[in-house]
Ligand binder design. Structure first.
Ligand code: APR
Length: 232
């Protein structure tokens, strides 16, 4: 049975109105990574970090899936084999489009985490430094986001999926952050056909056998259509 593994990045949510990180005027042009996306930054100024994620959580709640998210959910529904979606994104747009089993390797805005007892729960719209953990009451809550220097989630399972993939597609990611930036090479070496679907060539384009450049809402539905016809 054929297995398709997909990695998505901020570019797939750009047309839903959510900012990317490294494009002109992106999130890392507006905020210093060390202030809002590292454990040290959170320890230094938890209010600043909560403000950053509270704003992104509110924005993500207003956003709607675009045709690229819809196409991937369709692929999962109609493909003959397994379709695994791994996302670097922390928005819930894949799920809003109907995708299932989405692996959030960098965490999710709609989840909260307790650093004291490791309890996880649905994040409130706005989190604050003195929030208490609903399980242990410690004021050790944080957004359930994987920050720079922390280990992404589900990596064992993700490497396994990449080794079993017949097709690996990277969508809307600049290929600048590891370990996700190594997925194309890893899947290709294990025998997968690799394709990059991005607005412009990513820094690791050479790892892919095929590339289609353009807006995700255009190139992804076309690619899904072709994948489904190929499987017929
Ligand atoms: N359609 C397709 N691709 C697009 C679109 C679009 N409409 N708009 C932008 N892109 C592409 C850009 O060309 C770029 O290559 O999406 C990519 C976005 O790259 P980044 O902003 O670096 O986002 P991403 O690759 O997801 O970042 C990876 O870095 O900061 C960390 O944890 C954060 O998950 C994030 C990780």
């Amino acid at each position: 049975m054929e297995k398709i593994v997909i990695l998505t990045g901020a570019g797939i949510s750009a047309e839903s109105g959510l900012g990317t990180f490294r494009d002109e005027g992106g999130l890392w042009a507006q905020h210093r990574i060390e202030d809002v996306a590292t454990p040290e930054g959170f320890a230094r100024n938890p209010q600043l970090v909560h403000d950053f994620y509270n704003a992104r959580r509110a924005q993500a709640l207003e956003a709607k899936p675009n045709p690229a998210h819809d196409a991937l959910a369709r692929l999962q529904r109609e493909a003959k084999g397994e379709v695994v979606i791994v996302t670097q994104n922390v928005d819930g747009l894949h799920e809003a489009a109907g995708a299932t089993g989405v692996m959030h390797m960098h965490g999710a805005l709609n989840a909260a985490f307790c650093a004291a007892c490791e309890h996880r729960w649905d994040a409130p719209l706005a989190m604050a430094p003195d929030d208490r953990c609903p399980a242990c009451q410690a004021t050790a809550t944080r957004p359930d986001i994987v920050w720079f220097g922390e280990m992404p989630y589900d990596m064992e399972e993700i490497w396994q999926h990449l080794e079993e993939a017949d097709v690996f597609a990277a969508i809307g990611t600049s290929g600048q952050v590891y370990p996700a930036a190594a997925f194309g090479q890893h899947a290709g070496r294990a025998g997968a056909h690799t394709v990059e679907l991005n607005l412009e060539p990513s820094v690791n384009s050479r790892d892919f056998a095929e590339a289609r450049h353009g807006s995700a809402s255009e190139v992804v539905p076309l690619w899904v259509e072709e994948e489904l016809s190929r499987q017929k």
